[in-house]
Design a protein. Structure first.
Length: 157
């Protein structure tokens, strides 16, 4: 298993994975249609952000996307192939994202999360800060988390 930089030509593949992973929470087709654009990774996003893919034997297991400026990072994506969920891959990608955020000089990472992933981010040490409006669905609110990168130097080793 390895984690590597995403390639711009993987935008469709990663977008498709994000949609499959989101749909795994039981959302219907109408809901998925509304959030399709938000779950699409553009070539520009891959080029201009920190997007990393976890793969094993050429099979993509998951990916994350991290962006931001100054002291604040934003975890824009973290998705696992549905058949690979609950195998520890999410935690491995999370730890890689935290290390990358520390290398970029971020002091904290903001995450607006699907409500179904709330338990995961709490288990990873993120603190619930409140809610934010969904960018896709009117009158839907998402949990907002903040993860403080304490002891940043340990991530830089």
């Amino acid at each position: 298993m390895k984690i590597r930089c995403a390639l711009p030509n993987e935008s469709e593949q990663l977008s498709s994975l994000a949609l499959r992973s989101k749909k795994n929470w039981g959302y219907d087709d109408a809901f998925m249609e509304q959030c399709c654009q938000e779950l699409t990774l553009s070539v520009d996003y891959i080029i201009n952000s920190q997007v990393y893919v976890m793969e094993e034997n050429g099979q993509v297991l998951g990916f994350y996307g991290l962006s931001g400026t100054g002291l604040a990072g934003s975890l824009d994506f973290l998705f696992i192939e549905p058949s690979q969920m609950n195998c520890g891959y999410g935690k491995k990608l999370w730890l890689h994202a935290v290390k990358k955020a520390a290398e970029l000089g971020f002091l904290y990472i903001l995450i607006d999360s699907d409500p179904n992933a709330k338990g995961f981010y709490l288990a990873m040490g993120a603190k619930l800060q409140g809610e934010v409006s969904s960018k896709s669905i009117p009158d839907r609110f998402l949990p907002l988390f903040c993860f403080t990168i304490e002891g940043r130097m340990k991530y830089l080793k």
